[in-house]
Write a protein that binds this ligand. Structure first.
Ligand code: MLC
Ligand code: AMP
Length: 495
């Protein structure tokens, strides 16, 4: 039995989801998800880990479909609503999804998939009121596949079981003292753990209310805050930066109203990327809250967090969460002594099961049972602090993890581009923005052409924002591109 869904019976009449200005109770969620589960089963007794992809806006429908897949014994594959066709098709092909559930809004995007792939079409509005039994789903079943970019190859599907997800939820609901009285705003994409686990699933585990806003807009967020129903907020640093900038532009009386509403919140959390101390301080000025910064990853949910009660130290990510064990290891995977930096390695029931159908990649991401995060940190005075990553080819922009190598591969397909190098350039708003240096075969308006050429090949958050044309990329004596030097050139050209 899936505990998260089982728990709903204790909160039947409470509001589970608020979306499109409507309230949906836990009973509504159980009813809607049972209906969809029967449609997915189509007479079978169990989906037996068939992959079911779905693409709908963050909404009551999203949660009903997610729960339906789980209740029918399938693996949920949430698709990114901002992805172009090629990225969506990659996920469908890689997971060999059996079916795709979609709302009308995404019909044009997904229609060609049904001719190109062996995939059953399930338009959301075709779901009828079928009834029947549902399988008994054990907690060790695979529950979800989320795609993440790495330093090698194409994006990998991170497979988590129901037990993994439960461990990820439990460590947060206990550490951050979630209760059924909580009401959280969810403005994050629902194909990543921040939006799915930390916000949505923790709320539903607790009998609390999760309210969706389909598109981030600073004024809309403040308008909702000023209704004084929402008492919890979790977001990436870019969102806090954008909210702050918007607040600064408002007339004084509006600033005061917003600040007064913010002060009444129980908790505000930042994560998915480093929180600049300047953002933390300015947000404290506006809201009266010291943001709680925590650290996590698709493969493990959250691992390290500043305390809910106790000192939240700026520039630090805190201590291991309940149930999570951390060590800092050197390049030979030996634990380093205190006050020395090294890679964060993690053990615990929260750690994912495998990369989907990539046994070699799974194997090489563990050493002696420790998951190798690739993040470099130091433990100082009882608090962990992130120093960077062991690869310059991973970029974090707006909280999204982006592979420089994947973007380079796309750029090299352009007929005018001989070679290229992609790097992250530090940016106060986005954390990093993507810079692309191009070596051209011929220069005829390439950059303007390139921008429109890229539009259906990469999602907006993966598009380079800065371009530079070079005769050759910076290289070391072995001829290898030196990305750090390329980063430096971009930064210097900005000064
Ligand atoms: C968009 N824009 C960017 C950009 N993304 N510019 C630079 N860098 C980027 N990365 C530009 C667009 O081109 C557009 O410009 C304008 O910003 C608005 O675009 P948008 O697509 O409408 O953006 P918006 O909806 O405002 O998105 C901003 C955001 C989004 C911060 C809300 O990036 C977001 O939802 N990020 C969260 C990602 C997330 O959940 N990560 C968690 C991963 S899990 P113009 O000129 O056209 O206006 C994980 C584990 C853990 O990391 O620890 O949590
Ligand atoms: P993702 O693979 O999208 O889940 O992103 C996980 C990565 O986000 C981690 O490996 C870190 O590099 C980064 N990350 C998450 N939280 C923080 C944080 N608080 N500070 C710095 N980096 C973070």
């Amino acid at each position: 039995m899936i505990t998260l869904i089982n728990n709903a019976a204790s909160h039947i009449d409470r509001v589970a989801i608020k979306s499109n200005r409507k309230n949906y109770s836990y009973l509504d969620l159980l009813d809607a998800s049972a209906k969809i589960a029967h449609t997915l089963l189509a007479g079978r007794s169990d989906l037996n880990e068939e992959r079911i992809a779905f693409i709908v806006d963050p909404s009551f429908d999203y949660v009903s479909i997610q729960w339906a897949i789980w209740r029918a014994g399938g693996i949920a594959v949430p698709l990114c609503v901002k992805h172009p066709y090629t990225s969506v098709k990659y996920v469908i092909d890689d997971t060999q999804a059996e079916s795709l559930v979609y709302s009308k809004k995404y019909a044009d995007l997904v229609e060609p998939l049904f001719a190109a792939c062996h995939l059953k079409s399930i338009p959301l509005d075709s779901i009828t009121d079928k009834t029947g039994g549902l399988p008994d789903v054990s907690m060790d079943r695979r529950a979800m596949i989320i795609y993440t970019s790495g330093t090698t190859g194409a994006p990998k599907g991170v497979v988590s079981t129901h037990s993994n997800i439960e461990a990820q939820i439990l460590s947060l609901v206990t550490s951050w003292e979630w209760s059924k009285e909580d009401h959280i705003l969810n403005i994050l994409p629902l194909h990543h753990v921040h939006g799915i686990v930390n916000i949505l699933s923790c709320a539903l585990w607790s009998g609390a209310c999760c309210e969706f806003l389909v598109k981030f807009d600073a004024q809309d967020v403040f308008d909702l805050f000023c209704k004084k129903e929402i008492n919890l907020f979790m977001a990436v640093p870019t969102i806090y930066y954008k909210l702050m900038n918007h607040w600064k532009e408002l007339p004084t009386h509006e600033q005061q109203t917003i600040s007064a509403a913010l002060k009444e919140f129980r908790l505000m959390v930042s994560g998915s990327a480093a929180l600049p101390i300047s953002t933390l301080e300015q947000w404290r000025h506006i809201s009266g809250h010291t943001l709680l910064e925590r650290y996590g990853m698709t493969e493990m949910g959250m691992a390290i967090s500043n305390p809910y009660n106790g000192e939240r130290r700026p520039g630090h990510i805190g201590q291991p969460l309940n149930g999570v064990t951390i060590r800092i290891a050197d390049e030979q995977n030996n634990e380093v002594s205190k006050d020395q930096s090294g890679e964060i390695q993690v053990k615990g029931p929260n750690i994912f099961k495998e990369y989907w159908q990539k046994p070699e990649a799974t194997k090489s991401s563990f050493v002696d049972g420790w998951f190798k995060t690739g993040d470099i940190a130091i433990l100082h005075d009882g608090y962990y602090r992130i120093l960077g990553r062991n690869s310059v080819d991973i970029i974090k922009s707006g909280g999204y993890k982006i592979s420089a190598l994947e973007i380079e591969e796309v750029l090299r397909k352009h007929p005018d581009i001989k070679d290229c190098g992609v790097v992250g350039i530090p940016d106060p708003e986005w954390g990093e923005i993507i810079g692309a240096s191009l070596i051209l075969i011929k220069d005829n308006d390439t950059i303007e052409n390139l921008k429109s050429w890229l539009k259906d090949k990469l999602p907006s958050y993966q598009l380079p924002r800065r371009y530079m044309i070079q005769d050759d990329l910076p290289r070391n004596v072995m001829g290898k591109v030196t990305k750090k030097e390329l980063q430096r050139i971009f930064v210097a050209s900005d000064a």
